[in-house]
Design a protein around this ligand. Structure first.
Ligand code: GDD
Ligand code: MG
Length: 354
């Protein structure tokens, strides 16, 4: 049986001030098409699994928003984390939870912050990945052809083999520095990790036992509590013990069981203002505009307001202007790296701003 696990507990700091702590980007309709990123993720898999095979794992405070946005799910399909311990922990929790009921389960793990334009192709790739994941203890990921030396992604080097579309991974490098990312891009042997993982529950558990044994031990000890009335208490204790690490650093970089399926599925990570700018419709000068503006000599910018204030701008290039509730942010649109600092500094002023 196949289960779809949607990871929806991030804070979306790089989308601040639109993405806020009480309502991060996965719950926002960032494309303005009437569905949030979480709902779009659910829709994408609806054809592949019935609603009772979905698990959404999120930070506890977001339970009500998940319930409201996905009324198709039963409350016990929404796993609430007491703190943020990153994706390795969140994947371990979801995997052990499913495994304790169905030891033969296969999982598709998906982030909630992606856009995939080619739905039909995407489904074909998922079916192929599920088939590939049944051999041995494979950890399968989907690889995307890189287009720029992005440092926010994982890079996958694979073994070139003719006539194979499931390729053995040679190296996995999570979030390289710019220098290394440029080298990877130039060499042409690398793919971006899409962040969508496909494996049998038992394969991941075996990888956790090898590469994150402390995490595995905590969950093994509580296996009998999962799916019972003791689950919440066990999870509170477990989360206090486990270390904060991503699946990419914790498992994917280390395992020799990683396979990649290269796929051209119109993928983008809606991780930042720049990435949203890339995919949105632009005016002839390359500006994305959500609001009431008069622009002169302004190019490549993103202007977004949550009210009907008139914004007049002259002489800006590649800038972001975003007003949301009590925050107005103006910065170069490629300031991605600085957002954590922005949010931290705003919080120091007053927590109402984050
Ligand atoms: N429940 C839960 N708990 N979800 C989390 C947590 C957590 O502690 N941390 C992150 N998430 C969710 C986010 O909401 C997002 O949907 C997904 O997990 C991935 O986390 P990100 O924080 O967005 O990861 P990333 O974008 O930096 O990197 C990953 O994705 C890239 C592609 O988008 C990695 O897998 C990279 O290798 C990959 O290239
Ligand atoms: Mg991301």
């Amino acid at each position: 049986k196949t289960y779809i696990v949607i990871m929806a507990g991030g804070i979306g700091a790089r989308f601040w001030p639109y993405s806020r702590r009480h309502k991060p980007k996965q719950f926002l309709d960032v494309l303005g098409e009437g569905r949030s990123l979480l709902q779009m993720t659910f829709d994408r898999f609806k054809e592949m699994a019935s609603p009772d095979r979905f698990i959404v794992i999120t930070y506890g405070k977001y339970l009500d928003q998940v319930k409201e946005q996905l009324p198709e799910l039963d409350e016990n399909q929404i796993l609430c984390e007491p703190s943020r311990k990153n994706t390795a922990t969140c994947i371990a929790y979801a995997t052990y939870r499913i495994y304790s009921k169905d030891p033969d389960a296969s999982l598709i793990i998906t982030p909630a912050d992606h856009l995939i334009l080619e739905g039909e192709k995407f489904h074909q790739v998922m079916h192929k990945a599920l088939r590939a994941s049944q051999h041995g203890q494979r950890l399968v990921t989907i690889g995307i052809k890189p287009t720029r030396p992005e440092t926010g992604y994982g890079y996958i080097q694979y073994v070139q083999e003719k006539n194979f579309d499931v390729l053995k991974v040679k190296t996995f490098t999570e979030k390289p520095d710019l220098e290394l990312a440029k080298t990877f891009l130039k060499s042409g042997d690398f793919l971006w990790n899409s962040g969508i993982f496909i494996w049998k529950a038992e394969s991941l558990i075996s990888a956790l036992k090898t590469y994150l044994p402390d995490t595995a031990e905590v969950f093994e000890d509580g296996l009998n509590s999962l799916n019972t009335s003791k689950e919440a208490e066990f999870i509170r204790n477990a989360y206090a013990l486990v270390k904060n690490i991503s699946i990419d650093f914790g498992v994917m970089e280390k395992s020799d069981q990683v396979y990649v399926i290269p796929a051209d599925i119109g993928w983008s990570d809606l991780g930042s203002w720049q990435s949203l700018h890339d995919i949105r419709t632009k005016d002839p000068d390359g500006n994305v505009i959500d609001g009431n503006t008069i622009l002169y000599d302004t190019k490549g910018s993103f202007i977004r307001l949550d009210n009907d204030k008139l914004v007049m701008v002259k002489g800006l290039e590649n800038y972001l202007i975003v007003e949301e509730n009590n925050v107005l942010l103006i910065c170069p649109i490629d300031s991605e790296k600085e957002f954590r600092q922005f949010v931290a500094d705003a919080k120091k002023k007053d927590s109402r701003y984050i």
